[in-house]
Design a protein around this ligand. Structure first.
Ligand code: ZN
Length: 247
């Protein structure tokens, strides 16, 4: 199975369109698209993004922002801007978008790969950014290869076997390729609609579950086209500004 993995779209339609165009134009002959959640929240085009994701993705998980927009999550730990975006999405998104989100779960599996919005230990909330955390998550995961989103940072962690298990990891810039043939893996494709790893370009991951390999990709898109609707809709200005910095 050759899959494209996307995550954390956050109502950013221009970024989603750019990633889908890159997937369609890639020589990887992608057969399926898997989305790890956070389709809405932060950005101003939830309905367009939910529509495209339902149309194009074979697997769709729920993220914490999707659950928050449905009123299914306590958002007291959200930042002020994130909470405001949740309220805006609740008021502005179409009922069909809410219906689509309601059907989703934050974890799943496909082609022998574990899929989690946040982490194998806590599919909704945990940000896996340190080696120690990743090592703990890997002890719990039942699939050798698991994909996660949520932190908006393209990265991987790998646990080497033999003697004492040793876990290490790294951020994964554009064109990083990884060999998944052995060891235990936690891989984050990065974020489509609000990258936070300093590269403002939209992120996606090419995964081949037969050859057991993956390649990280970044795609430039017209950030002003995502920023303008955010400003026009009265969402916090910071949510538009951060897109340019990739933070
Ligand atoms: Zn997110």
């Amino acid at each position: 199975m050759r899959a494209a993995v996307i995550s954390d779209i956050h109502s950013n339609l221009p970024a989603l369109e750019a990633v889908l165009a890159a997937i369609d134009g890639s020589d990887a002959e992608i057969e399926e698209i898997w989305c790890l959640g956070d389709i809405v929240g932060y950005g101003a085009q939830p309905d367009e993004c939910a529509g495209l994701v339902s149309e194009r993705c074979e697997v769709i998980l729920a993220g914490n922002h999707d659950l928050a927009a449905l009123g299914e999550l306590d958002i007291s730990s959200f930042s002020a801007a994130a909470a405001e975006a949740v309220r805006w999405t609740m008021e502005s998104a179409a009922e069909t978008t809410m219906e689509m989100l309601r059907a989703l779960s934050p974890s799943g599996a496909r082609a022998g790969v574990g899929l989690f919005h946040a982490s194998p230990r806590d599919p909704v909330w945990e940000y896996v950014l340190s080696v120690d955390q990743a090592a703990e998550c890997m002890q719990l995961q039942s699939q050798r290869i698991c994909l996660i989103g949520h932190s908006h940072v393209a990265l991987y962690f790998v646990r080497e076997q033999g003697g004492e298990p040793l876990t290490h990891g790294a951020q994964a810039p554009d064109a990083t390729s990884i060999d998944l043939a052995a060891q235990t893996w936690l891989v984050n494709p990065g974020s489509v609609g609000q990258p936070r790893d300093g590269d403002p370009r939209a992120a996606w991951l090419e995964l081949d579950t037969d050859r057991l390999s993956a390649v990280f990709h970044r795609v430039a898109y017209e950030i002003e086209k995502a920023a303008a609707p955010i400003l026009e809709s009265g969402l916090p200005r910071h949510l538009a500004d951060r897109l340019y910095a990739g933070q």
